[in-house]
Ligand binder design. Sequence first.
Ligand SMILES: [Cu+2]
Length: 347
Amino acid sequence: MKVFNPMYCKVVFTSLLVLVVLSLPYPAQAQQNWTATVGGQSTDMSGQAAAFLPNEIWIHAGDSITWTFNSGDIHSVTFLTVGQVYPFDFTQGCPPITPSGSPFDGSSCVSSAPLVLGQTYQVIFPKAGNYEIVCLVHGQMFGVIHVLDPTLALPYDQASYDEQAKEQLKALLEDAALHQHHAEHQHSIADMLSAKVSSHTKSVTAGVGEIAATAGGQQSFSLVRFINGTVTVHAGDTVEWTNLDAEIGHTITFGTIPQDLIDPSCSPNCVVSTDPDGAPHATITSTQQNVHSGLIAALLEDEPGFPQGPVFPPTRFRTTFTAPGAYRYVCAFHDNLGMNGQVIVLP
Ligand SMILES: [Cu+2]
């Protein structure tokens, strides 16, 4: 019988060494700066991911995170205080806009401006706690930062987060591409969801999107395009645009982009009326007219604990064309991403 086992001895010695090391006073942690990304897009910018990538991060108190913005669509990095109302005007920050490198400990809000591709924003987290990160531009884009006491172990390293970010973005953009394929090859999506107000109506899908969730929050992908957006009709016909994106609003804008992007408008010498189902409806009589749908978006959800709101915003927009011509239109929000189309009106 073997009494002395060198292997056993080695294990005991190693275990003792580990215990000694663990019981030493914990060395002061170097304050780490973590990196993450905000948003992402396909090469042609049609696919947009409204997402914090990744949207759940564990760090130590004293650490910071630098977010790099990665899309032509704007986003913000914002930390509101508990109880603070999510503001309507994203251009003002939380408000205010706070400089990059601001500390957030839950006592007062911190927010970047709306930023795009290549810009960065850093936040320092001096105090342990679980903090929600939100985007003021996209209501269904949020995540959580877990700030732990420096003595506690962290579940992931930077390389893991880089990998998660890559995988999450890939999944979102693949979904967007799949929708583009379906939408272009089965125009019935738009037809199916179009309100058939008359037989002389053609429908265009003004954006498609879906919201996904991780344990840490929500992300969404959007196809920022008018799908089959070039349509040919005859004078007297109506074109109807329908937004199938739960996250991103769009506009249908002919001519000059107006100051007020939210409300419909038409000039000169024309008005936008409202159809019985709530959709704004313009009659355009010349290629010289400026017609703006206002914000068209999938109906906003009601939130638990808040009073029932009105049916808002309109989900559809209709335009009746009375004169032959080529009518180019854009989305006033996403013209920069290539979201445009054309209505060709034949006699
Ligand atoms: Cu748009």
